[in-house]
Design a protein around this ligand. Sequence first.
Ligand code: SF4
Ligand code: SF4
Length: 483
Amino acid sequence: MSEKKLNFSTTKIRTISDCPASLEKGKTLTPRTSLTRWERLNDAIVEWLINEAPEDVAIEEAEKNFSYFDQLQQKILKDLFSRFRDIYDKNNSSINVDYPNSSISKFIDDEEVFISAYTQYEILDDNSTEYIKLKVGKTGVSDLDKAIIQKTKVENETFYIADLQNNELSEIDTVDNPDEIIDESFKFLDKYLSGLREPTPGNHCSMCSRTAVCGQYPVIGGEQTKQNYRGILISKTNLQNKDNCERQLAWKTLFHIPKEERDYESSAGIIGTKFHEYSQSMLVNNKHPHKQGELSRLKDLLINEDQEISEMVLRKYQQLLSEIEGLNNLEITLSEHALGFTCITDGLVLNVSQKLYKGKVATTFMGKADLLGRLDGIPLVVELKTGAQLPEHAIEAKLYALGALIQTKEDEVVVLHIYANDKDKKTVERRFTLKQFDSLVEEFQLIAEKVGNWDPSDSLQPKYNVGEWCNFCDFQNTCVEFR
Ligand code: SF4
Ligand code: SF4
């Protein structure tokens, strides 16, 4: 029997379940500032935990870990560090900070394969051991982590989550079906290890370092992306801010500055999401969306929804139907399909030692089209909108058009924006042909050049521009503080 061991963290399991190709060879230098901030915070906490100097000295020393960043990111980190000190009482117990983990294993094809749930700090005294998992974001501990901890922990061990988002240190809870969760993960690993690693693009691409190399977002001009290129991904939603405010675009895409909390999710947002979901399930591969009985079918699908949501979705769907009624030979075949491409430009690259130098940047533009199909035989992209018609929607149409021209290799693409709302109910049609290919490329190349020259350590470098768009910005207070 082979002695070889394979180890997968629970994070890796999640990454490959999103897309099995995301861990394949070949990637770009893609700084993930939120991860870098997390690492520096962890370094500071470790130093503080083991430093026996007086408290103010220990804090000052630990905060030196933040000096690489600009003032805003330092403030974010100091705040998180202070939250940790508020919820955890430092004591004299001995500490292991070498990523302690709990593992569970299974033999797959004669190899022992481990799945490991990692924590950050192991605090030991004579009678007990405490483990602490550090979390700064909104997502809590995964069910797989919980299941592994539940199955492996022994008496006198306690596992905590230091949840800095909610300012609490609480015991990691249990799940009802740990064996099932673990079995599912091993079944999934079995498939992965057997070589099934097709790319599955989606929103998770924004966390991947392979956008410019995996083939889903081809490089314009066919240039080979190299490992020392910097990788950047700009989503179509964030791209819409590009003409209004560079700071907003940069904070969302490159710096992942935490968004300010809103007390509620707007009902318009909830209705918009539901309208998209139900319209997609009604229209994909439906050759007769106008035939009798279709609205009853939608009503049946909506049966478990709140009455107000149900009525609004039905109304908007009827508006959508009336907009597509006159379209000849409409075929909808896909929904939520990722379209995109990559531009290579000169720019600033941050290497693994955090040194900045002039090099090449591969900027991927991607969007998930609401609906895809053909209109009179021509490739078609449909974007559904429940809000007002905005000038920014033009760049979205261009992104889809260029992505579809590249992906289909055909010489024309139609992009429809369908506005299902009481005021503007209408359709905006844009047609793009190969004749526009070069000018489209040039437009995205210019955006890529600008973004590729932003220094990843300095979130205050991109310029802010105040205007009516600030009312919809997620960083209003943070922005005012750092003007
Ligand atoms: S960019 Fe997306 S599709 Fe490509 S490997 Fe990464 S996660 Fe998969
Ligand atoms: S508040 Fe206004 S100026 Fe500031 S980042 Fe947002 S959009 Fe830009």
